[in-house]
Design a protein around this ligand. Structure first.
Ligand code: CIR
Length: 253
């Protein structure tokens, strides 16, 4: 169960965020409103949310999920593969040091963005994306070996991050799309394929039994409801324009 979350307010330069999408550029004011609704939803689901101030010069800094990994009492500060995102880590350090007594850091030549990490109980699946390399995964394995947390690398070729296309719910159930449909890494799980055209909603977010689904993806919302999870919808359309989804916007622990 999650008790807390860390978020960072959107940057004024959000329209300059890295993107592979062609949906236009995000509008800052709308992003702020959507971000507030996201925080309210986390609050409503029982989380106490630490809101960090915007880093206006760092366009992607609202996607805090990528710069740290929090697993029980252990925190890891990452080393983003995207050079423009590397400076975000230093701004997360103090907050993590205040909240966690054991803090590790990924160092060169390792790269790791935690959008590539999906936790399933005592396993961490890590996508070998364009942002995360084998040296980063090896460092993560060494950090978690003493805790009996297994680190499993996942081959991938197409998506930005692992969790762009696969997300764990609970009870052995996962949402999958694209290259993660029938992916051998997940054969032991009950995998539910996201309806065609709704791939963005693969990044739905399980919070303490409820699943947050992005607004406008009704087939996915229905699928998740049919699996027995209460669904809450949150609009992330501004963040989608720069490849951001629900999980990217917070660190949960
Ligand atoms: C980036 O390309 O790094 C950002 N524009 C989007 C990051 C999304 N983060 C995530 O999926 N965890």
């Amino acid at each position: 169960m999650f008790k807390q979350a860390i978020v960072r307010k959107p940057s004024r330069s959000i329209s300059e965020g890295l993107t592979g999408a062609s949906l236009g550029t995000p509008n800052y004011d709308n992003a702020v409103v959507q971000h507030q609704a996201y925080v309210s939803t986390l609050n409503a689901l029982g989380l106490s949310v630490t809101q960090l101030p915007a880093l206006n010069e760092l366009a992607d800094a609202t996607f805090v999920e990528d710069v740290a990994l929090l697993v029980d009492d252990v925190a890891v500060l990452t080393r983003p593969g995207a050079a423009s995102r590397e400076p975000e880590v230093a701004f997360m350090k103090d907050t993590i040091n205040q909240l966690f007594s054991e803090v590790h850091t990924i160092v060169a030549p390792g790269t790791l963005e935690a959008g590539d990490i999906m936790r399933v109980e005592r396993k961490l699946y890590v996508g070998l994306s364009a942002r995360t390399n084998e040296a980063g995964v090896a460092q993560l394995s060494a950090i978690f070996a003493p805790y009996g947390v297994e680190v499993i690398s996942v081959e991938m070729a197409e998506m930005l991050h692992l969790k762009t296309g696969v997300n764990y719910l609970s009870n052995n159930q996962m949402l999958v799309c694209g290259e993660f449909v029938n992916h051998p890494a997940f054969s032991q799980y009950e995998c539910f394929e996201i309806p065609i055209g709704e791939e963005y909603a693969a990044n739905s977010l399980w919070i303490n039994g409820t699943v947050i689904v992005p607004s406008g993806f009704d087939k996915t919302a229905k699928l998740v409801e049919q699996l027995g999870y209460p669904v809450v919808r949150v609009d992330t359309s501004e963040f989608r324009k720069i490849d951001g989804g629900l999980s990217c916007l917070s660190l949960r622990f």
